[in-house]
Design a protein around this ligand. Structure first.
Ligand code: AMP
Length: 191
């Protein structure tokens, strides 16, 4: 299996690039943000709980997120592989993912980290707010919160994969096509 973690701060282009990767490699796309938004929209119990964190730009607690992710992974029988987008966002989530994949006799192939400077992220998120309809994109204070949470809680996950020699940095500046080409090259070099 080809299992990819697409990593990077909010606004780095994970969603956009995931679409291209799943199409090219035939992978299952698991975006925890998209799954939470689906629950929000459908007003499930999980959605009501997640909203209180998401609206503030905070992380949904690990045990809730890990449980949800496990459910999603085990829904698929015989996948070619997964692309994890927006997960893992903490070291306990990374450990839980390793354990889950071990049970399935597979592992993470590579973590691709889209690297984009903070000022550029803020500009991109402000522009995305015009079309995304996401409450957490619309307010500069919540955007700042999300970037702080990323720096504090999520950035260390990079070291977790680097220690396994699985982290590859990708320059996230340039045209969407050129970034996709960089991702393809990094994946093909690891396959
Ligand atoms: P995203 O679409 O990836 O930017 O995620 C939107 C929001 O969903 C985040 O700001 C968090 O509140 C929540 N979320 C998404 N993925 C996770 C995760 N792996 N762990 C905790 N919270 C998450």
């Amino acid at each position: 299996m080809l299992n990819i973690v697409l990593f990077g701060p909010p606004g780095a282009g994970k969603g956009t690039q995931s679409e291209r990767l799943i199409e090219h490699y035939g992978l299952v796309h698991l975006s925890t943000g998209d799954i939470f938004r689906f629950h929000l929209k459908n007003e499930t119990e999980l959605g009501k709980l997640a909203r209180t964190y998401m609206d503030q730009g905070h992380l949904v607690p690990d045990e809730v997120t890990i449980h949800m992710l496990k459910d999603e992974v085990t829904k698929h029988s015989n996948p070619k592989g997964f692309i994890f987008d927006g997960f893992p966002r903490t070291n306990p989530q990374a450990e839980a993912l390793d354990e889950l994949l071990r049970e399935l006799n597979t592992t993470i192939s590579v973590m691709l980290g889209l690297e984009v400077p903070e000022e550029e992220l803020k500009t991109r998120l402000k522009n995305r707010a015009l079309s995304s309809g996401r409450a957490d994109d619309a307010d500069p204070e919540i955007i700042a919160n999300r970037i702080n949470v990323y720096n504090r809680e999520t950035a260390p996950v990079k070291a977790y994969y680097a220690a396994q020699d699985k982290y590859v940095a990708i320059d996230g500046i340039g045209s969407i096509d050129s970034i996709t080409e960089r991702l393809f090259a990094a994946i093909d070099a690891r396959k």
